[in-house]
Design a protein around this ligand. Structure first.
Ligand code: KIV
Ligand code: ZN
Length: 516
């Protein structure tokens, strides 16, 4: 096998492109920028910021990220079509280190049923489009879509063609999550042995059979040096390979994989939380690395072992991925300075104004909750550092009547730019009544697609987090609310989603007006 040019793994994060294709995920450009900044903090090498031809919103997000985020390469996706390439290049104009990611399906099933093109036509298009793009941009990545169901010899022919035209990275996607580890490893080895050493071989695995991470790791073992993945493994259908799982496999089993990782892994937990709250997609509790139970030991024998010697049942320390160790830290009498120190030790640094706001929320919470732990603080900081947009509607007051012998009813008071509105409604339950009362005020008819409630901190006085996904006039928006009172969290989540809808609507309107 040929020698690799480098033994460092390039992390290509596609949370904002393939990840955003997850059902129910809808991110505003501001939210995308916030995630991109956090990815840069975590030191990912490449951020795939969007698919500019897909929507005005995507194009704008790529532009915004390219302008604002420094450090990682900023990448935009395009089909092998000139108008896609032009849109992608336009969005990348202000990126300091831009990359164009071109893709074209190569498998027989895609050639026949999707593209109606013969093999020689695929080769011709791939050649022409890489050649066209190369006049404007040097860093080109090419993906033969559905590579794992493509005849290997034809796949190699396509790869050699685009390399001749100047593609520098060859990404081999398992688009439909069909690959088996051994088979995929052998395919990567075959390509590695037949493609010049200076061309990076990348992998991009989907999780339809639950093998996305395993396949990515086998590919690395067989010569791949770039891995495409998403935070929390979100993505189309069953998702993409999870970044945090790949990274920690390579680190914990460094001797086996013999490659290096340049990520700031202590930012993993925070990034996971941020992506989950902005997309509204919760992390399953038993998810490796970032799930709530990933470092919890329940069985007595395990707890005993951990107390005696951590490594009896722990293969990595939670702090390696940024999960806070201590639980009880601050309370009602703690001051602003102590709060700031604790936030810093959690990897959260905020400016004075944001600290003031977090401190105020901290005091409010301390009135309701005796002990405030690190997770509470992360939740508070997250709320206050979320991409800010001026909310149109603000919850002022609500009152609920509910019980076994009464029809649930809700009264809600909401302000809109200082003006107060109040309304009431009956419902099937207290939350239903609340939402109906809000609908009457905001004069929209959202369809509640999803409602999820989780306790985000521990104990009887835990903070509850409600995430809702609404469809309003055909647009899907997610909203989140946190409170020690779950009805209040429900109201806040609903209003947050309504406000997100109004913010997105006005951004789209403004952009149309500006013609960007
Ligand atoms: O899964 C896939 O094939 C893709 C390509 C665009 C790389 O996401
Ligand atoms: Zn994909």
């Amino acid at each position: 096998m040929k020698k690799e040019t480098t033994d460092r793994i390039i992390f290509f994060d596609t949370t904002l492109r393939d990840g955003e294709q997850s059902p129910g995920a809808a991110l505003t450009s501001n939210a995308k920028l916030t995630i991109a900044r956090q990815l840069a903090k975590m030191n990912v090498d490449i951020i795939e910021a969007g698919f500019p031809i897909a929507s005005e919103d995507d194009a704008y997000a790529v532009k915004l990220i390219g302008r604002e985020v420094r450090g990682p390469v900023i990448c935009a996706l395009a089909r092998c079509v000139t108008r896609d390439i032009e849109a992608a290049l336009k969005s990348l104009e202000s990126a300091k280190r831009p990359r164009l990611h071109l893709f074209l399906a190569t498998s027989e099933i895609h050639r026949k049923f999707k593209l109606s093109k013969a093999k020689d036509e695929i080769i011709k298009i791939a050649r022409e489009m890489v050649c066209f793009a190369k006049k404007y941009i040097d860093d080109i990545e090419f993906s033969p879509e559905d590579a794992t169901r493509t005849e290997p010899d034809f796949l190699l022919q396509v790869c050699k063609t685009v390399v001749e035209e100047g593609a520098k990275t060859l990404n081999i996607p398992d688009t439909v999550g069909y690959a088996v580890c051994e088979e995929y490893g052998a395919l990567i080895r075959f390509l590695r042995e037949n493609i010049p050493d200076n061309i990076v071989i990348s992998v991009h695995c989907h999780n339809d059979l639950g093998l996305a991470v395993a396949n990515s790791l086998v590919a690395i073992k067989n010569g791949a040096r770039q891995v495409e993945c998403t935070i929390n493994g979100i993505g189309e259908r069953a998702g993409n390979a999870s970044l945090e799982e790949i990274a920690m496999n390579l680190i914990v089993r460094k001797k086996y994989y013999n490659v290096s990782v340049n990520l700031e892994t202590r930012q993993i937990y925070r990034t996971s939380k941020l992506v989950s709250s902005l997309t509204g997609i919760p992390v399953q509790p038993n998810k490796a690395i970032v799930g709530d139970n990933a470092f919890r030991h329940e069985a007595g024998i395990h707890q005993d072992g951990i107390i005696k010697y951590k490594e009896t049942y722990e293969i990595m320390r939670p702090q390696m991925v940024g999960i806070p160790e201590s639980t009880l830290v601050l309370g009602k009498h703690s001051g602003r300075h102590a709060l700031n120190l604790r936030l810093n030790s959690l990897g959260i640094s905020v400016d004075e104004k944001t600290l003031d706001r977090i401190f105020q929320q901290f005091k409010n919470l301390a009135d309701k909750k005796k002990e405030i732990n690190d997770l509470d603080l992360i939740v508070l900081a997250e709320q206050e550092t979320m991409p800010s947009f001026e909310p149109v509607y603000v919850l002022e007051y609500f009152h609920i009547l509910s019980g076994t012998s009464t029809v649930p009813s809700a009264t809600v008071r909401i302000s809109k730019k200082g003006e107060i509105f109040e309304d009431a409604s009956l419902g099937d339950g207290p939350v239903d009544a609340l939402y109906k009362a809000i609908d009457r005020i905001v004069k929209l008819s959202p369809k509640l697609q999803e409602y999820k409630i989780t306790a985000v901190t521990g104990g009887k006085d835990a903070q509850g987090e409600v995430v809702v996904s609404l469809v309003i006039n055909g647009m899907t928006v997610a909203g989140k609310g946190v409170s020690t009172d779950i009805i209040e969290a429900s109201a806040r989540a609903y209003l947050n989603a309504v406000n997100q809808f109004l913010a997105r609507k006005s951004v789209i309107k403004k952009r149309k007006y500006r013609g960007t």
